[in-house]
Design a protein around this ligand. Structure first.
Ligand code: FES
Length: 357
């Protein structure tokens, strides 16, 4: 007897996405019913139900994550829906026998604590800053440090005005972590305060105005990445009015729930940022099950403390630390602060931080 999709849910075949390497020109038949024994592909087990497999042809060689829970809104690919299914977002016991054998890497004098592979934690509080006018900065993430897609810099501006910085043909995203002031983008000024994100188009330049006696602290992300910032003598005009909305603030009504966690997009395509996506999220007192993403990520810890885990290593993180995660790096972020902590992530390529495998 044929079943109705409006009444029958698909079987949850797997509570995460399936990583797969597509081959250009090849055809695939994704299982939508969840009954196939050859996941994520159809084996004909849907016969007799109202479910049908989803056929598609790969246009290029590409790494993808197929939906395993069969509840995605973007079939056949994962959209993170599994996190909100009952039991979907799993936590991990930091005191399990396996986890007790993970080596703890202490912080030394260097701002960098190296974990597995190219993964590391960068401490802005231990980094020497290079002064230039009213601003001083350091490199946090760059191609020389192992990044393939993005760079990140940490900067402080004392009372006054920073030098002019060129976007230099790169999509650029700022995040203000402390202070109040204005970001001037190719002649147009936007007020900013702590937890404001800002988007700068590749053709533009920017500088920061700080009228307060305390420093304005912020992070600069760009993609494709660069080894350092590019300075200009003068502020060019030429604000790209096609994208007038450039600043983004925390707005609880815009939160996306991910089990007990949540995130809010700050800067993304709606601002004109086509390759770099910035979000702010909250992690409760817990350790996530180890997982991987297909995007590269730089994650800033805004408050509290926790532990970052990879396959064989772990290290403590605190406010002001940045976790650099290469694509496909197995990892888990544990919050050890009772009230949870907040993070800001910048991901590239990709625009959905809830997709994982
Ligand atoms: S077996 Fe699930 S759609 Fe064919």
């Amino acid at each position: 007897m044929t079943q109705s999709n409006s009444k029958v849910s698909p079987v949850i075949a797997y509570r995460k996405g399936f990583y797969y390497e597509l081959k250009a020109g090849k055809r695939y038949l994704w299982c939508s019913c969840g009954r196939s024994a050859t996941q994520p592909f159809c084996d004909g087990s849907h016969v007799g139900t109202s479910f049908q497999p989803v056929a598609f042809k790969a246009e290029r060689d590409e790494d993808v994550i197929f939906c395993g829970c069969k509840h995605t809104g973007t079939p056949p690919f994962c959209d993170g829906a599994h996190s909100n299914l009952p039991g979907g977002y799993r936590t991990d016991d930091p005191d399990s026998a396996d986890n007790r054998s993970v080596r703890s890497v202490p912080a030394g004098d260097s701002p960098i604590v190296q974990l597995d592979g190219q993964c590391y934690v960068f401490s802005t509080s231990r980094a020497p800053l290079v002064p230039r006018g009213a601003m001083s900065h350091c490199v946090v993430v760059s191609p020389a440090l192992g990044a393939l897609f993005q760079s990140q810099f940490y900067a402080e501006v004392a009372q006054g005005v920073s030098p002019v910085i060129s976007a230099d043909g790169r999509h650029t995203v700022l995040f203000v972590s402390e202070g109040d002031g204005e970001v001037e983008i190719s002649g147009r000024r936007f007020p900013v305060s702590a937890r404001t994100g800002v988007y700068i188009h590749p053709s533009e330049a920017y500088r920061v105005h700080n009228t307060a006696a305390t420093a304005l602290k912020f992070f600069i992300s760009n993609g494709p990445g660069s080894e350092d910032l590019v300075w200009l003598e003068d502020m060019p005009l030429g604000f790209d009015a096609q994208y007038p909305h450039r600043d983004a603030s925390v707005d609880p009504s815009q939160r996306h729930k991910m089990a007990e966690r949540y995130y809010q997009m700050l800067v993304n395509r709606e601002h004109g940022s086509m390759v770099v996506t910035q979000f702010i999220g909250n992690i409760p007192l817990s350790k996530a099950e180890p997982h991987r993403h297909l995007y590269e990520e730089a994650m800033i810890v805004l408050n509290g403390a926790g532990v970052v885990w990879t396959e064989r290593t772990k290290t403590i993180v605190r406010a002001g630390d940045v976790l650099f995660l290469p694509r496909k790096q197995l990892h888990s972020v544990q919050c050890t602060t009772p009230g949870g902590f907040d993070v800001v992530g910048v991901i590239y390529p990709g625009d959905n931080p809830s997709i994982n495998y």
